[in-house]
Design a protein around this ligand. Structure first.
Ligand code: GDP
Length: 300
């Protein structure tokens, strides 16, 4: 239900438009497909994925002599499930077996700290012992924000002074995680994109520390992206993908956009699974991404 509410703007944007479109046609023809193409592209599903979908609908309609515009919804729904199903086995956080470490990357303002707080809360609810590391040391505000989230969800935060070496924070946090037998250590890292080389160096250094100090830990590297920024989010993701090994995406602020189709566009373009989606500012407003529920929420 929360998913449906969180996606209500997207539903308004895509579903309602598609339904209106379908109602205005008597039969499936090229004009209808063109209009559908436009709706999908406007919803940020991505040009390539949209083409693939439209071609599929055209072929299937022809092969099975489908005339009813209503049927398009069914074909579209199945096709979206098929496209998103590609990542079905990788949609879960990679945190088994314990201990696990999650590195969280993303540019400032996308909702990185908030997502970390929400993930910590979720894992605590699963009886996991969680520890946070404030390795975004370039902004005092980032460390403060993380501490506020730590207090809110009852999870300890390892931090250093502002300007400290992020890798040193990670080092300390790993030692603390080992000593306290923590199940999941979640690390907030800096998100400065202005210089790709810096980013690579910084993330490279952190990865080395993790490999050396926590070799047995299960690992996940999550990139947080703001869904409301659409194509910009895809550009950010491409840079991060070159700088480090991203194993999953967190798409935030889906409640604030009609372009929830970006979930499909981004995972297709980057070939990285969306693992979590943010649908609000509250602690419980983070959903595990499940492609079936997503498509069902979109198309009822
Ligand atoms: P950071 O700079 O990446 O750490 O970003 P923050 O975690 O501080 O979040 C930036 C703003 O986005 C805050 O006002 C958050 O409350 C808000 N935010 C984060 N996730 C979501 C979400 O899923 N939905 C909505 N509506 N707001 C969000």
């Amino acid at each position: 239900k929360r998913l449906k509410e969180g996606l209500s703007k997207t539903t308004q944007g895509i579903t309602v438009k598609i339904e209106d479109l379908i109602k205005s046609y008597q039969k499936v023809d090229e004009e209808l497909l063109e209009e559908l193409e436009e709706v999908l592209i406007t919803a940020d599903i991505g040009v390539q994925t949209t083409m693939e979908i439209i071609d599929h609908i055209r072929d299937k309609a022809k092969a099975e002599k489908i005339k009813e515009p209503e049927m398009i919804k069914v074909i579209l729904k199945d096709k979206l499930k098929e496209i998103l199903g590609e990542f079905e086995d990788d949609q879960q956080l990679n945190i088994q077996p314990s201990p696990a470490i999650i590195l969280v990357v993303g540019v400032n303002g996308v909702g990185k700290t908030t997502s970390i707080g929400k993930i910590a809360h979720k894992l605590k609810g699963q009886n996991k012992k969680v520890l946070l590391a404030a390795a975004d040391t370039f902004r005092a505000a980032a460390v403060e924000q993380l501490k506020i989230w730590g207090d809110r969800v009852g999870v300890e935060v390892i931090s250093h002074q502002e300007g400290a070496d992020p890798a040193a924070v990670i080092f300390d946090a790993i030692q603390a995680a080992k000593a306290r037998k923590v199940d999941v250590l979640i690390c907030d890292t800096a998100g400065r994109l202005h210089n790709k080389k810096n980013l690579m160096n910084e993330l490279g250094k952190i990865s080395k520390i993790v490999e050396r100090e926590y070799a047995n830990a299960t690992r996940d590297v999550l990139l947080v992206l703001d869904a409301t920024t659409g194509q910009n989010a895809i550009q950010q993701a491409k840079i991060f993908k070159e700088a480090t090994n991203i194993s999953g995406l967190v798409l935030t602020k889906l409640d604030g956009t009609a372009k929830g189709g970006v979930i499909i566009g981004i995972s297709q373009e980057l070939k990285i699974p969306v693992k979590l989606i943010g649908v609000g500012e509250g602690v419980a407003d983070l959903q595990e991404f499940d492609s079936n529920s997503f498509v069902n929420a979109l198309f009822g």
